[in-house]
Design a protein around this ligand. Structure first.
Ligand code: MF3
Ligand code: CO
Ligand code: CO
Length: 286
């Protein structure tokens, strides 16, 4: 039996799957992905809208990050985020999301906070590291991205965990293309985290996105066996949370959201929304 990756029988030198392999239509594939995995493959029209919301989210994120300086509070960043969303006719997706309803328009995760930090009135201090996470809804479509900011000079460990999480994200994006498997993302991230002597959080995952905030599939950042093949029209986030110490997260009993490292050592995260294309991938939140 000839397999998908064997040379095509026609002698073109191309793989069978890239040549005379019986092609199935996008509509058929869309139906198959929905039934088999509950994944919504996006149409060309939907992709246009999602690209637009991703551009708005990353624009707002960039502005917020230039404002995050010593003495500024994360509540001030939240107020600015609300103003910027209004100016773009966009809605900040976190506000009122989930249970208990998330109380602010962005997540701000400081130092040992892994994710889902709630903006507050504490001024940022020299030596802090901060993740700002923006999810914007524009004309009903979602874009999601986050990045790290250093407040002044930061410790060797904080620099290392920021670099580790950034490299994990970018290396994982590189392998995204049709027929790559979702589990390959976790393999790459674990490999690079190890290189930086860091651990990979497994209690939170990336996610499909576009028509809703969190769609299937889950995108684990740790070793896993999700063997779903990537295919054109898939839109999902990759958002590795990387720790200096242990990987375990503890969620605050007070607010039901703030996730801290169990050992209170620093954590860092970067996030992009990715589209799988015929040729490979496109990072939508640049
Ligand atoms: N933006 C986060 C993510 O990357 C989710 C935040 S949920 C919230 O998936 F309610 F805290 F906003
Ligand atoms: Co996300
Ligand atoms: Co996010």
């Amino acid at each position: 039996m000839i397999s998908r990756n064997d040379p095509c029988w026609c002698g073109s030198g191309k793989k069978w799957k890239k040549c005379h392999f019986p092609q199935i239509s996008f509509d058929q594939l869309k139906k198959e992905y929905l039934e088999k995995y509950q994944i919504i493959l996006k149409t060309v029209e939907e992709i246009k809208k999602i690209k637009h919301s991703c551009k708005i989210a990353s624009k707002i994120l960039n502005i917020l990050c230039t404002y995050a300086k010593e003495g500024v509070t994360t509540n001030e960043l939240d107020i600015l985020s609300k103003k910027l969303h209004k100016e773009e006719n966009a809605i900040p997706a976190p506000l009122g999301y989930g249970n208990p309803p998330f109380p602010k328009s962005i997540c701000t995760s400081l130092n040992e906070v892994i994710c889902h930090g709630i903006p507050n009135d504490e001024p940022l201090q020299k030596g802090d590291i901060l993740n700002v996470d923006v999810t914007s809804i524009v004309e009903g479509y979602y874009g999601d991205c986050s990045r790290m900011v250093k407040i002044g000079e930061v410790s060797e460990e904080k620099n290392r965990v920021i670099e580790a999480s950034y490299e994990c994200l970018m290396r994982a994006i590189e392998i995204c293309k049709p027929d790559s498997k979702i589990y390959e993302i976790g393999n790459v991230i674990e490999e690079y985290a190890k290189k930086y002597r860091c651990s990979v959080v497994d209690q939170f995952v990336g996610h499909g996105i576009g028509l809703y905030f969190h769609e299937p599939p889950q995108i684990p950042h740790h070793y896993n066996n999700v063997d779903i093949p990537m295919t054109p029209g898939m839109v999902f986030t990759i958002e590795p949370m990387i720790n200096i110490g242990v990987k375990e997260a503890v969620i605050s009993k007070e607010d039901g959201w703030t996730a801290r490292t169990k050992d209170l050592k620093p954590s860092a995260q970067w996030e992009h929304t990715i589209l799988i294309t015929d040729k490979g991938h496109e990072v939508l939140t640049l």
